[in-house]
Write a protein that binds this ligand. Structure first.
Ligand SMILES: [Fe+2]
Length: 372
């Protein structure tokens, strides 16, 4: 019998001394540790100061009723089992007590065997509830621990991604100064424009990386060509036009950058097929590269060049309008032109400010601005 468990303490609450005494003797005889109270107030005092696993209480008592006691016990000690003793005719009270949280009820006059069964059931149910809660809490702790470990691991991966991206951008920047600022601007422009095309979060991350690293292949172009202040000869252009392929080859074997390598390979392709390296046309060019091509033109035109000062955003936007259907995917150009000029100006200003402040960490973090 469950009530033989020495850890079970039972409080018997009844205003009739005889009932208290019968129950107390009987349950102690069954092995339970029992205490009794003549009224609900006394019971509450005892509950406040002592441990009980079960309360057996009469309903009708002078002062506070058993129902009121039940409500207070459920509020203060919800894990405590409660059995209500009701009059035979008072089925309504019995049902109500179950609704409030009693585990069981027994009707007066009771048989001691019925009391024992009710006590066993209540204690068993309480034990299962506590056990379930323990397992639940253990499981939640485990989930929390694993989530923490996973986040730590993801953080480490993100950090190593960041360091790899940083190394690649810095390597190019060491060859061609100001490349970092350009790469960062086109990344931000690309993500802003790409949000109009219903891309997934993962696609946006890859596109951002592709934009950031679009010219990484220039690492493989000779200084005499890359840094030449004058116009390139046709032979030099042949060399220069190899940079998307070189960039693709650098990135395709780095697992987390291989999807971005596609953008790098196609970033100089044109909608009309007159681009390089593969002369792809229309939708054969990956969407990310078509998006990138528009904002790359914006940034190229609105940046100082050795042979000219930066052009205005109005001039660049006009150029993009006239290039729709030729250099650019008309749908992408249209989406670009639908974004107010001030949005582009504000990205331009904020990226330049960060760059001047050497705030490299933010822009090199591949996911930081994706979801805004
Ligand atoms: Fe390029």
């Amino acid at each position: 019998m469950t009530s033989r468990n020495p850890q079970e303490r039972i409080l018997i609450v009844d205003d009739e001394a005889e009932v208290r005494s019968i129950l107390l003797r009987y349950l102690e005889n069954e092995g339970a540790d029992c205490v009794s109270s003549p009224d609900a107030m006394d019971a509450l005092n005892k509950i406040r100061n002592q441990y009980f696993s079960l309360v057996i209480s009469d309903v009708m008592m002078p002062g506070m009723s058993g129902m009121e006691l039940l409500r207070l016990v459920k509020k203060q000690k919800p894990e405590m089992a409660f059995i209500m003793i009701t009059g035979l005719m008072d089925i309504h009270t019995a049902v109500e007590s179950l609704r409030i949280g009693a585990y069981d009820f027994i009707t007066k006059p009771f048989e001691l065997l019925a009391v024992r069964r009710a006590v066993d059931r209540a204690l068993e149910r309480r034990r299962l509830i506590i056990q379930n809660r323990y397992h639940q809490e253990k499981l939640e702790r485990k989930v929390q621990e694993r989530t923490f470990e996973l986040n730590e691991a993801l953080y480490d991966v993100e950090e190593s991604y960041k360091i790899t991206l940083e190394a690649l951008v810095m390597a190019l920047d060491a060859r061609e100064h100001e490349t970092s600022a350009h790469s960062q601007r086109v990344r931000e422009y690309t993500l802003t424009l790409a949000r109009n095309f219903g891309l997934t979060h993962e696609d946006l991350i890859q596109l951002g990386r592709g934009a950031l690293l679009h010219d990484v292949g220039k690492i493989g172009v000779k200084d005499s060509i890359l840094l030449k202040p004058d116009k390139l000869t046709e032979t030099e252009w042949v060399e220069m036009r190899k940079h998307p392929q070189i960039g693709y080859e650098i990135l395709q074997n780095i697992e987390f950058l291989s999807p971005a390598a596609e953008i790098v390979l196609c970033h100089q392709e044109r909608w009309d097929g007159n681009g390089y390296p593969n002369g792809l046309t229309g939708r054969d060019i990956p969407l990310g590269a078509r998006i990138f091509a528009v904002v790359d033109t914006l940034d190229a035109m609105t940046s100082d060049r050795p042979y000219r000062k930066a052009l205005s955003f109005d001039v660049a936007m006009k150029e993009i309008r006239s290039g729709a259907g030729k250099q650019f995917d008309p749908r992408v150009a249209e989406a670009f032109l639908a974004i107010p000029k001030n949005a582009w100006l504000s990205i331009h200003a904020s990226v330049n400010k960060n760059y001047q402040n050497q705030d490299c960490i933010n822009f090199l973090c591949p996911t930081s601005n994706i979801s805004r």
